[in-house]
Write a protein that binds this ligand. Structure first.
Ligand SMILES: [Zn+2]
Length: 231
């Protein structure tokens, strides 16, 4: 993988992520290289940020308060004036499941990729996603991915197109387990209405998330690599 600091996308990691969320910040840094949380899928995602027209896209990542009392939000990705902002909810910062942190980061990275592809490949001006320009460009991207216009929602595109790679990426980073052990952790990051639209009942997602929790309880060595690199 190329040094993404030198070409293509520049990544600003906010000091608030490092102080509020040191473990997650460590995982984030080492997903880009360093001590080796690089996986095939994440490497491909970062490569896709290397813009063919040599624009300097920027991803800014920080920690914030996103969740409310009745709704847990892991992270959020937005775009403003050409800069992709990833915000990670502070509830992710309490030394809990590091695979969940890793999963949140891969999920937000795919949003970032979608925004960057819209800018680099399809002529999105990058100003805001609340614009006709964005909606038109996103339609073009979906048509190029599906050959038909099926959605205006990034989550649907993500679930239809990247679910397998997201699950397999968790198998790669843990070095163990099977598809069924991790699919619940990935589905847990999607809103209910999108699960329905993609043919997964929310009960199915809850069952699979329960599977994951049982699996990790019985296989604590799945965290070995993450714990070694980011204690
Ligand atoms: Zn999302």
């Amino acid at each position: 993988m190329k040094d993404i600091g030198d070409s293509g996308t520049k990544i600003n990691t906010s000091p608030t992520l490092k102080t509020t969320c040191p473990e997650l910040a460590c995982i984030w840094e080492n997903m880009q290289g360093g001590k080796g949380l690089i996986t095939t899928f994440v490497c491909d995602l970062f490569k896709s940020f290397e813009d063919p027209n040599d624009w300097k896209n920027v991803i800014d990542i920080r920690a914030g308060n996103l969740s409310t009392d009745d709704k847990k939000i892991f992270g959020k990705t937005d775009i403003q004036d050409g800069i992709v902002y990833i915000e990670i909810d502070k509830s992710n910062c309490g030394g809990q499941d590091k695979l969940e942190m890793f999963e949140t980061l891969q999920h937000e990275l795919i949003h970032a990729k979608i925004f960057n592809d819209c800018m680099n490949l399809f002529g999105f001006d990058g100003k805001t996603q609340n614009s006709l320009n964005y909606l038109n460009v996103f339609k073009k991207l979906v048509v190029s991915e599906y050959g038909t216009n099926t959605t205006t929602d990034q989550h649907k595109l993500m679930l239809d197109k990247y679910l397998n790679e997201m699950v397999n990426n968790l198998i790669e980073i843990t070095g163990k387990g099977e598809y069924d052990d991790y699919i619940g952790l990935v589905l847990n990051g999607f809103p209910e209405d999108i699960l329905w639209q993609c043919g997964y009942s929310p009960n199915y997602a809850v069952d699979k998330f329960h599977n994951y929790n049982v699996y990790k309880h019985n296989n604590s060595d799945i965290f070995n690599k993450l714990n070694t690199v980011c204690p």
